[in-house]
Design a binder for this molecule. Structure first.
Ligand code: G16
Ligand code: MG
Length: 219
C-alpha cells in the first residue's frame, strides 16, 4: 500500500486551470492584439509561469526584452490573482473533499507538488492547507515539470521514497514528471496525452482509495 499522495493543484484540487489560460489570452490580446488557440492550453498546463510565457511567445513568433518578459509575467499574475478573488471551498473539484477525507482516515500523508507559486494561497482559500503535511516549493527546485524535481521534493518532504507514493495530475507535463520520479501516476482528464499515466481516470470524481489501491503495483 502507498504511504503518500503527491497532489497537483490546478486541475486536480482546484477548478483554476482555465483561469490561467484566460489570463494568458487577455495578456496576449492586450499586448499583441492576437488570439491564442485553445490547443495551446495543454502546452501550458502544469508548466511554470515563465516557461508558459516562452511557449506563448514562441507560438506568436515574437521575442521581447528581459524587462518586457518580466512585465508580462507580473501582469499575467495580476489578472490571474484578480480572477481568484472569489475562490472558495465551492471551487474544490468534484470528489476531492471525499478523497482527501478517505486518505486521512487511512493515515496516508499528503503533499502538494504544484508548479504554482500561488499554491499555498489557493489551498488557504479552499480551506485545505491543514490537510497537507507538506508543500513542495516550486521556486526551490532546479527544473519544473516535465522534469520530476517537484514530485521528488514533495516525496522527500514527507520523508518517503517516491516509489511509496502516488502522484495525481491533469497535465501531460505532470504525468511525465511523475513517471520519471518513480511514483505511481494517476491522470485525471480526457486529453489523449494523458494515456502515458499508470492509471487514467476521466475526472476527479472517480478518485477513490480502493480503485488506486487495487492497481498500485508495490502492495
Ligand atoms: C499550474 C498551472 C500552470 C501555471 C503554473 C504556474 O501548475 O497548471 O498553467 O503556469 O501552475 O502557476 P503560477 O503562475 O500561479 O505560479 P499545476 O502544477 O498546479 O497544475
Ligand atoms: Mg495541473
Amino acid at each position: 500500500m502507498f504511504k503518500g499522495v503527491l497532489f497537483d493543484l490546478d486541475g486536480v484540487i482546484a477548478d483554476t486551470s482555465t483561469l490561467h489560460f484566460d489570463a494568458w489570452k487577455k495578456l496576449v490580446n492586450n499586448y499583441f492584439s492576437a488570439k491564442l488557440p485553445d490547443s495551446l492550453e495543454e502546452k501550458t498546463k502544469g508548466v511554470s509561469r515563465g516557461d508558459s510565457l516562452k511557449v506563448i511567445l514562441n507560438y506568436l513568433d515574437v521575442s521581447v526584452s528581459d524587462t518586457m518578459f518580466q512585465r508580462l509575467l507580473v501582469e499575467k499574475n495580476q489578472t490571474y490573482l484578480a480572477s481568484l478573488e472569489n475562490l472558495s471551498i465551492k471551487d474544490r473539484l468534484p470528489g476531492i473533499t471525499e478523497f482527501i477525507t478517505e486518505l486521512k482516515q487511512h493515515e496516508i500523508k499528503l503533499a502538494l507538488a504544484s508548479a504554482s507559486l500561488n499554491g499555498p494561497a489557493i489551498l488557504d482559500k479552499l480551506e485545505l492547507r491543514d490537510a497537507f503535511e507538506a508543500i513542495a516549493d516550486p521556486s526551490k527546485v532546479p527544473y519544473g515539470k516535465p522534469a520530476p524535481d517537484i514530485f521528488i521534493a514533495a516525496a522527500k518532504a514527507l520523508e518517503l521514497n517516491p516509489r511509496d507514493c502516488v502522484g495525481i495530475e491533469d497535465s501531460s507535463a505532470g504525468i511525465t514528471a511523475i513517471n520519471h520520479s518513480g511514483a505511481y501516476s494517476v491522470a485525471v482528464g480526457t486529453h489523449p496525452e494523458l494515456k502515458a499515466a499508470n492509471m487514467l481516470l476521466a475526472s476527479t470524481a472517480e478518485l477513490n482509495l480502493d480503485t488506486i489501491r487495487q492497481a498500485y503495483p508495490h502492495n
